[in-house]
Design a protein around this ligand. Structure first.
Ligand SMILES: C=C(O[C@@H]1C=C(C(=O)O)C=C[C@H]1O)C(=O)O
Length: 240
């Protein structure tokens, strides 16, 4: 038998193994998805005492799932773990209660579409909205996540005192270009702790910077600043 033939056989055998593993992976993914209905029921039980129209998205939980898997993997890069599980989570979330992305992209629509897909999965419908306000109104219903490009206007300044809407995430474009905020009807305690967003008055921003906090303004309107706040672990003290 020629070497080419032997290799072809070896490849066939390995591909059979891959096919079997793929089938097992698929069964596990479907088992994971089977939990969606029970999770949705438990959340809607909770929402009787809370906000019935709140999103079922739980950003803090998603971040902790992805972080944990990142510590467990031996060879899969963090970015791949995040991409694979973001997609699984998107399927799960849509199975719990379908939502859409209300997108307002004034400057970089193509980039915003890609960022929306990378963050919220490929199955969530994207509806283009004519203005930031229209996207925010849609988010207020709890049936959509508003994804609004930061650039023109100060639509974000009203989020400072908004009782219903929270900044879920910031999708930061390279070099600060083409960045967007994801905004949704969500209680702030559902948000991740490592990075948060806030609208701060100039004096408040200066005070926090003075205390050495990792606060970075990404947009300014009058005396208001839209800021990213990173929680940085304190440097350990050098031994005396
Ligand atoms: C399953 C849940 O709902 C959503 C989907 C998640 C997932 O698929 O792991 C995680 C958080 C939520 O955004 C949950 O809250 O645990």
């Amino acid at each position: 038998m020629t070497t080419a033939n032997t290799n072809a056989r070896a490849i066939d055998a390995l591909r059979e193994e891959i096919d079997t593993l793929d089938q097992e992976l698929l069964a596990l993914m479907e088992k994971r998805l089977d939990l969606a209905a029970a999770i949705a029921a438990a959340k809607s039980d909770d929402s009787k005492t809370e906000d019935a129209n709140e999103l079922l998205l739980r950003p803090a939980r998603e971040a902790s799932v992805i972080d944990r898997l990142g510590t467990l993997t031996r060879r899969i890069p963090d970015a791949s773990i995040a991409a694979i599980w973001r997609e699984l989570m998107a399927i799960n979330l849509q199975a719990q209660r379908p939502i859409e992305i209300a997108l307002n992209a004034s400057r970089h629509p193509a980039r915003m579409h890609l960022m929306a897909r990378a963050r919220f999965g490929t199955i969530i419908p994207i509806r283009e909205m004519a203005s930031p306000e229209a996207a925010l109104d849609k988010a207020r219903t709890g049936k959509a996540i508003a994804l609004i490009e930061i650039g023109e206007g100060d639509w974000w300044s009203g989020l400072r005192d908004d009782p219903e809407l929270a900044i879920i995430d910031g999708l930061l474009g390279e070099g600060g270009r083409g960045s967007a905020l994801a905004v949704g009807r969500l209680s702030p305690d559902r948000l991740g702790e490592d990075r948060s967003f806030a609208v701060l008055e100039q004096a408040e921003l200066a005070a926090r910077l003075g205390r050495g906090e990792a606060v970075c303004p990404i947009a300014v309107s009058g005396s208001l600043n839209l800021c990213v706040i990173e929680r940085v672990a304190p440097l350990s003290r050098a031994a005396a």
